[in-house]
Design a binder for this molecule. Sequence first.
Ligand SMILES: Nc1ncnc2c1ncn2[C@@H]1O[C@H](COP(=O)(O)OP(=O)(O)OP(=O)(O)O)[C@@H](O)[C@H]1O
Ligand SMILES: [Mg+2]
Length: 401
Amino acid sequence: MVDAAAVLAGVDIGSTMVRVVLAEASGSRLDVIGVGSAPSLGVRHGVLVDADRLGSAIRQAVEQARVASGVHVDRVTISISGEHVDALQSQGAVAVEGKGGTISTMDRQSAIDAARTVAIPFEREVLHVLPRDFEVDGQQRIQNPVGMSGVRLGARVHIVTGGVTAVRNLVACVERAGYRVADLVLSPIAAARACLSDDELDMGVGLIDIGGGTADVVCFEEGAVVDTCIVPVGGQQVTGDLAVCLRTTWNHAEALKRQFALSEDDSLQVARVAGGSPERVAQAEAWEIIEARLEELFGLVSRGLDLPQRPIPRAGFVLTGGSCQLEKMATVAERVLGASTRIASPPVRAGVGDGLAQPEWSTAMGLVLTAHDAQSEGPTQLTTRFDSTAGRMRSWLEGLL
Ligand SMILES: Nc1ncnc2c1ncn2[C@@H]1O[C@H](COP(=O)(O)OP(=O)(O)OP(=O)(O)O)[C@@H](O)[C@H]1O
Ligand SMILES: [Mg+2]
């Protein structure tokens, strides 16, 4: 039987799907051993709106992953998003107390704690305190001050907060579903862990996770988080626009949207609502509808990051999340944001666990990677070893032991 403490579970609570990745940790090794997903009916624009429905979606998705891997799931790392999430920059400083004026890990932590002691309104809960850089006796932009000598150590941090009610309701919902919450991670921070390279992080990069109900953004400079924002627009609005403007059903509009890239015809067959006879609509007309919503989305990202006032990330933007599979998404992003973009998926080897190598799995994969980082030092060696047959075989064997 796999030690329960060694099983890491990432539960991505999205607006359209709950996605679960289970992994087994052993030192620096992390084996993905099961995945599960279920439609997420109780979340709108990243925020919980129906705890019963979300609770059963979480149970269903975890159970699917659990059955495939034959392990017990107790503690889970969950994603959090939604417009209630906010961020602020802060700084603080302390006198160095390490022996002989050498800065210790305790001094580093004290400086971060000093930066954290800003007045956070009582209706907000701190989700992350992310150190940006340090200052030793006036020398700025130090990435790791531990081991240096100095008298005064300052820290700059990026603090992410969430609305207390939204955060507590989400945690309570997961706990009622039968799992303890080990940690909450802002959705784009998890996705960034799965998608970004060290070079991109060092150069400066923005990641945009475009899902069904939100576009979640995080920017890095010199390896540290410098900005985060949540835009309440995603693929569901694109589908909704197509359904309304082309007078068709939601399901048909969703199918049209997904096939858009595949269609070589100049026109699309559109089934009208309430039995109206199908009509052909020019691709260009459907594209205008999609493009208008995408321009709005990236316009809001640009405003959320205050882009005209600050430099574009040197490594450009990385797009992930289910909606980045939409045809020409990267082209619109490049035009509106004025930066190069690439599309990213989780780093899963082809062959095993192929389904995971899709952009909608970035956040769930990032959650287990983040949980693993918290308990192991050095780079993670990621492998996948699961398929439904092997999983069933394994639980059957374990049942015999
Ligand atoms: N092939 C495709 N082409 C276009 N869009 C797609 C494709 N596949 C999935 N999508 C869109 O991706 C969206 C779902 O993405 P994802 O699973 O990342 O969202 P989520 O995590 O549930 O939601 P959110 O992160 O916004 O809370 C849906 O709107 C869906 O229409
Ligand atoms: Mg998502």
